[in-house]
Design a protein around this ligand. Structure first.
Ligand SMILES: [Zn+2]
Length: 191
């Protein structure tokens, strides 16, 4: 934040990844009829620099952690962003695996940004009510990639053949196993 410039320190946006069928699906399907020129959408806020470290202190060793490592590595290898993982308490970007209960969401992210729409902190969670470490690492990876996409600045797209489809596990079931060209293009349009 810069002194003298109006800021919204309390600004908080969140995106959740729905785990359950919703009546909104019909509305989204209707929206899909108006195909966008580009198959990515931007949240607006983004980090000042593309080199980020995700604090994984609250991610247990095993498939959840392996999946997050793989998700971060894919962003690093395929996009202009560079995302690493570490036990880095105090990093402004934290990941957590937690039982959020039957709230309808397998994952969600929140982020805070200043008056210039620069993100300065973020948290993302996967919900063990719907996800567990018996699931394929590839499936968990796609959900982490979805939440990581939000934190980096990507919004939902209507097409199920994308990581940023609002139900990431449905995208995985549809055959999406990693970042598509459109997520890559979206990230590279920001950083
Ligand atoms: Zn989402």
């Amino acid at each position: 934040m810069t002194r003298g410039i109006p800021s919204r320190p309390g600004a908080r946006r969140g995106r959740r990844t729905a785990a359950l069928s919703a009546t909104a699906l019909a509305a989204l399907a209707a929206l899909a009829g108006a195909a966008p020129a580009q198959a990515f959408e931007l949240e607006g806020p983004h980090w000042a620099t593309p080199q980020r470290t995700i604090d994984t202190t609250d991610v247990p060793a095993g498939p959840f952690h392996d999946a997050l490592d793989a998700a971060a590595g894919e962003y690093t290898s395929l996009t202009h962003a560079s995302v690493s993982t570490a036990d880095a308490t105090g990093s402004p970007w934290a990941a957590q695996v937690v039982d959020q209960g039957d709230d309808g969401y397998e994952g969600y992210s929140t982020w805070r940004y200043d008056g210039q729409r620069i993100t300065y902190s973020a948290a993302m969670h996967l919900n063990t009510h719907y996800l567990d470490d018996s699931l394929p690492t590839a499936r968990l990876k796609v959900v982490w990639e979805h939440e990581t996409g939000h934190v980096l600045g990507l919004a939902h797209v209507p097409g199920i053949d994308h990581v940023m489809y609002y139900r990431a596990s449905d995208a995985y079931d549809d055959g999406v196993t990693g970042l598509t060209d459109d997520e890559v293009a979206g990230i590279d349009s920001i950083y």
